[in-house]
Design a protein around this ligand. Structure first.
Ligand code: ADP
Length: 451
């Protein structure tokens, strides 16, 4: 028999003794009345506590738990402890759930839970974005919300043993489609976990890489084919007249020079893309460099174009001499190479505030149509491929300029009108003339190596 039953028996026994004593003193009838009266009171007290318990169980908050008497005090204390531990457990679960939601929101991948019928039970915001869904699409059948037939095929396969991964081009709100890899994993008997990963940047990189390899191969193939043709001719005709032989050798030299220039430009570009310039920076006399470039432009032009220059003296910047030379010389040499005979080229370097300086090269050459301008700094992008190749261009010049200018915290500005000419310019932050250089009196820039 348990403790509660013993307590009840004890209480009833006490009531019986009281009834007996009362009966002995005031007669049997009064004794019975006393016994039944006490029993009723006792039962009423228990019923009242049960009522309290039922009322509390409807809203079981630890703060509103009733205080009982006797056995009920024990009952209410036990319930209180249980309610408190339930509350603690609930808080822990809520916290864990919140952490899970926060973690899933910062995840770079889309995560979605589908039930047995393929209905969305839950998804994070990345999944919503990948599949272009709304919050109220939760509960909908995913296959009805995504149109691509490949996706339907993928979802129709048995997730346990069929194809688990799908590469899919999904439309975006911005217009350009995105490529995602979708993985499906069954869990918890009939549930499925769908993870989507956006691989568009990787795809673009791969495309850029293969385009680059195709471009380099194409650029090398043309001169190599020419050289190969001449070698075969000379092998077939050992008694070729000396003048023809000389002519062939000169053409072969021209094409091998072209390949060497291309390789040099490729190496320069790769160095610029991969190196950290911060430890190579040194004071550079920009005015002296621009003077030197003007002279080299005039030499390259060989009198075919006229030049005007306006170069402010003693402007210094922090930079990498060779890279800056590569950046600016491409602009000067392009102005010469693309301008017609009798054209004019204007080279300027000026400052208004002694804080920044602007370098510009203008020509009155053929100009560039607006649609080409944003693409000029792409590798191997040429407006007029024939003219570029004929003048020894590799198609990498402005790509090199862009990277080298970025290394100097600057960017290329292009303005051009077809039939009127072009202006290529860049701005640089000036520094004051370094002490050591001004004491020695030498403003000459570090010797250039343009090989
Ligand atoms: P390239 O070796 O072909 O000159 P660049 O990257 O230096 O390569 O230039 C890219 C293209 O921009 C050139 O092919 C040419 O069509 C165009 N371009 C560059 N500078 C000028 C200019 N001053 N006038 C007209 N077109 C130019």
């Amino acid at each position: 028999m348990n403790r509660f039953a013993w307590q009840c028996l004890r209480t009833i026994a006490v009531f019986a003794i009281i009834g007996l004593v009362t009966g002995l003193i005031w007669g049997a009838g009064n004794g019975l009345m006393a016994f039944l009266g006490l029993l009723s009171l006792w039962l009423f007290a228990h019923l009242w506590q049960i009522g309290q318990l039922i009322a509390w169980l409807e809203r079981p908050k630890p703060s509103t738990i009733p205080t009982g008497v006797g056995v009920w005090q024990q009952v209410f204390n036990t319930l209180m402890l249980q309610a408190k531990s339930r509350k603690r457990r609930k808080q822990k679960i809520t916290l864990a759930l919140q952490r899970f939601y926060h973690a899933s929101e910062v995840m770079p991948d889309g995560v979605m839970i589908l039930n047995q019928e393929g209905r969305i039970e839950w998804m994070n915001s990345v999944a919503r974005e990948h599949f272009m869904l709304q919050t109220d699409d939760v509960g909908g059948i995913l296959a009805n919300l995504v149109r691509q037939p490949e996706f339907h095929q993928f979802m129709a396969n048995d997730a346990a043993d069929a194809l688990h991964e799908l590469k899919l081009a999904l439309p975006t709100r911005k217009g350009l489609p995105r490529t995602v890899i979708i993985k499906r994993t069954p869990f918890d008997k009939h549930m499925q976990l769908l993870v989507s990963q956006d691989i568009t940047p990787m795809e673009k990189l791969n495309q850029t890489r293969s385009d680059f390899i195709a471009n380099v191969s194409h650029e090398l193939r043309t001169p190599l084919t020419v050289i190969n043709g001449f070698v075969e001719t000379m092998q077939d005709l050992p008694n070729l007249p000396a003048d023809k032989r000389e002519q062939f050798l000169a053409l072969m030299k021209k094409d091998s020079d072209r390949m060497l220039t291309l390789l040099d430009d490729l190496l320069t570009l790769s160095r610029l893309e991969n190196s950290d310039p911060s430890n190579k920076l040194q004071p550079i006399n920009l005015s002296a460099l621009v003077e030197q470039l003007s002279q080299e432009g005039i030499t390259l032009s060989a009198g075919k174009q006229s030049f005007s220059t306006d170069i402010a003296a003693n402007l210094w910047i922090q930079g990498v001499q060779l890279d800056l030379y590569n950046a600016l010389s491409n602009l000067v040499f392009n102005a010469v190479r693309y301008n017609h005979e009798g054209g004019h080229i204007d080279i300027r370097l000026h400052t208004d505030d002694h804080i920044t300086a602007r370098f510009s090269v203008s020509d009155n050459g053929p100009g560039i149509a607006a649609e080409h301008i944003p693409r000029l700094t792409e590798r191997f992008y040429r407006v007029d491929a024939g003219r570029s190749r004929a003048s020894g261009g590799t198609g990498l010049g402005l790509a090199i300029t862009k990277h080298a200018l970025a290394e100097h915290g600057s960017r290329l500005e292009v303005e051009s009108t077809v039939g009127k000419g072009s202006e290529f310019a860049a701005e640089f932050d000036l520094i004051s003339k370094p002490q050591a250089v001004s004491l020695s009196g030498s403003d000459a820039p570090t010797e250039l190596s343009t090989a």
